[in-house]
Design a protein. Structure first.
Ligand code: FES
Ligand code: FES
Length: 151
């Protein structure tokens, strides 16, 4: 089956099994390795991508569910002003150690600030709670979110 995926503004024809989780198509077929596989069980947030502007986990949902959607991975996140600001804030605040969780956090923060430019603490906590970081970088992540939202 051929699927047509729109990823980072480009259309890709992929011939995957339609039941394949999206992340395997991104990483193994399209070479977009920035999206990370952590738990593979929708429990850690590492695999988040933007789908029509929302942060969506890519490790379980089948690729066919994304056939007509606009997908943005971490490779394309700097294509928007907010995405660029978030990436820059994470860099400036050194909001990563090993970096394994970082793509998911940048995606989640970009989705949050795109719908709510000045979120309160509860909104930030709600948006980022699904994202685990084994390195304990959360305090610096919160500073990066504050910087990106000009707080
Ligand atoms: S790898 Fe998808 S949530 Fe953990
Ligand atoms: S920076 Fe290592 S898991 Fe978050």
């Amino acid at each position: 089956m051929t699927l047509s995926l729109t990823i980072n503004g480009k259309t890709h024809e992929v011939r995957s099994d339609p039941d394949t989780p999206l992340i395997y198509v991104l990483r193994d077929e399209l070479g977009l390795k920035g999206t990370k596989l952590g738990c593979g069980l929708e429990q850690c947030g590492a695999c988040a991508v933007l789908v029509n502007g929302q942060a969506v986990l890519s490790c379980v949902s089948a690729v066919e569910a994304f056939d007509t959607k606009e997908i943005t991975t971490i490779e394309g996140i700097s294509g928007t002003e907010i995405g660029r600001a978030v990436q820059d804030a994470f860099l400036k605040m050194s909001a990563a150690q090993c970096g394994y969780c970082t793509a998911g956090l940048v995606v989640a923060t970009t989705a949050l600030l795109s719908r709510t430019p000045a979120p309160d603490d509860d909104m930030i906590t709600q948006a980022l709670t699904p994202h685990l970081c084994r390195c304990g970088s959360h305090p610096r992540v919160l500073r990066a979110v504050a910087r990106a939202s000009n707080r």
